[in-house]
Design a protein around this ligand. Structure first.
Ligand code: PA5
Length: 431
């Protein structure tokens, strides 16, 4: 089975004719995107799964992950944005906690760095620093802290054995540092951007350290790849998702909520928000992506979704089999007022809440797309990642923006770097 888009609840907002007209209008572009033959060749490495994770590399990753699982109590994953969000999405939803995984290098908070360091004492520590472009401040400076810490604890040689650097192997500063110090080096594929990198060594090592089957993950991605690249546009969930998002945007629906009834998907939704936000939000265009974990967020944003400005739509991830049961205890008397669900299962409650939300939101004027996934497993996570990456490529191409750059991220960096550098030069001149 495959992840599949269900359009039943958008039909009152968009007609079949509108969808077919849009496909017809963009047929040539869609064809090119499905063949991955657009001008973006330098950024399309992720399309061909075996080129970013070949058999030899997968063996190397598994061996390293086994060593870490055997020897480490704590695995510190240093990275920001696309360099850590994909791995975190899978680990937080199905990791086995055999090794404690600590995320670092994704902020500049002094509280965070202190807390991270304080968690390491008396524990066996391994570090994986991941950066495509090692000039990003958060991971770069956090790695300086961590390698100093490891060198003090284990000596230079001992520390080097515990550090894995996932770096661009084109003489990047991280590669050079890694070679000088003797770290294990893994490739950050040159033709893959951070937010499209989860199925390369960027995501695969940390995911394997968390005890998750990376073969299954890659198999899921490979199966959905074949589906996406072979199906006709009219019958292709990834194309339909891209087409419908663009039609909705033209109709004034400029905010999309990824909604789910399984909180274990919270970090997956962060990955999704980054994927679509950084890929489409440019040139004054794009849908603003955000996420809701239901039922919790029905008690906060639920009010706005039901009755606020009619400019948003939802994409629900529907986990068909939640993979868990819990029966409500039977009580003879109705002392708490919940006797009407006595002895029912939480699965039934959550499904009922999901169906009720879909109905209420649609009737309240919110177009709702549904992406059905059979269960939460590494195989289907692989499908979900690849599905959304491809759908994002299609959607951004239809929108007319470059999905693979993020020029806007530089604006704050430029101001920050010149402010930080001016402090150093000022103090040198003062002394
Ligand atoms: O998707 C992207 O390209 C970005 O989010 C990057 O992953 C993020 O900015 C981190 O970049 P780097 O790995 O170069 O530090």
């Amino acid at each position: 089975m495959k992840v599949e888009l269900d359009l039943t609840r958008v039909s009152t907002f968009i007609s079949q004719d509108e969808i077919y007209d849009s496909i017809e209008k963009h047929r040539e572009l869609i064809k090119k995107v499905l063949k991955a033959s657009t001008e973006d060749q330098d950024n399309l490495g992720w399309v061909n799964l075996s080129s970013v994770a070949n058999e030899q590399l997968i063996i190397e990753i598994k061996e390293k992950a086994d060593e870490i699982r055997e020897k480490a109590d704590v695995f510190v994953l240093i990275g920001v944005g696309g360099s850590n969000q994909g791995a975190r999405a899978v680990i937080e939803s199905m990791g086995d906690n055999n090794v404690e995984i600590i995320y670092a290098g994704n902020n500049l908070s002094p509280q965070s760095i202190n807390r991270i360091i304080s968690k390491l004492s008396d524990k066996s520590v391994y570090v994986n620093v991941i950066a495509k472009n090692f000039s990003t401040l958060e991971p770069g400076i956090t790695f300086r802290v961590l390698r100093n810490y490891l060198e003090q604890r284990y000596g230079a040689t001992g520390a080097a054995k515990r550090i894995i650097a996932t770096a661009s192997l084109n003489n990047s500063s991280l590669e050079i540092l890694g070679k000088e110090k003797g770290y294990t080096l893994l490739p950050f594929p040159m033709d893959v951007g951070g937010r499209f990198s989860v199925l390369s060594s960027v995501g695969l090592l940390p995911i394997a350290v968390a005890g998750i089957d990376i073969d299954d993950l890659l198999k899921g991605a490979k199966d959905i790849k074949e589906e996406i690249q072979s199906r006709k546009p009219e019958n292709n969930s990834a194309v339909l998702y891209g087409v419908i998002r663009n039609i909705l945007l033209q109709k004034g629906y400029n905010l999309e909520i990824l909604a789910f009834f399984e909180p274990l998907l919270s970090y997956f939704s962060k990955w999704w928000v980054q994927l679509f936000g950084e890929s489409e939000g440019k040139d004054g265009k794009g849908i603003y992506p955000t996420a809701c974990s239901f039922t919790e967020d029905l008690h906060s944003l639920g009010q706005y979704i039901q009755e606020g400005q009619r400019m948003l739509f939802e994409t629900f991830i529907n986990l068909e089999n939640p993979g868990a049961f819990y029966k409500i205890p039977h009580e003879e008397t109705d002392s708490d007022g919940f006797q009407y669900i006595d002895s029912q299962d939480f699965t039934f409650l959550n499904k009922t809440a999901y169906n009720a939300t879909l109905k209420a939101h649609t009737e309240g004027g919110v177009p709702c797309l549904v992406l059905n996934i059979p269960e939460l497993s590494s195989y289907y996570m692989g499908q979900l990642f690849y599905f959304f990456q491809y759908a994002c490529y299609i959607s951004a191409s239809l929108l007319g923006v470059n999905p693979f750059n993020q020029p806007g991220v530089e604006a704050y960096k430029n101001v920050m770097f010149s402010a930080l550098k001016s402090v150093k030069y000022k103090s040198e001149n003062d002394s």
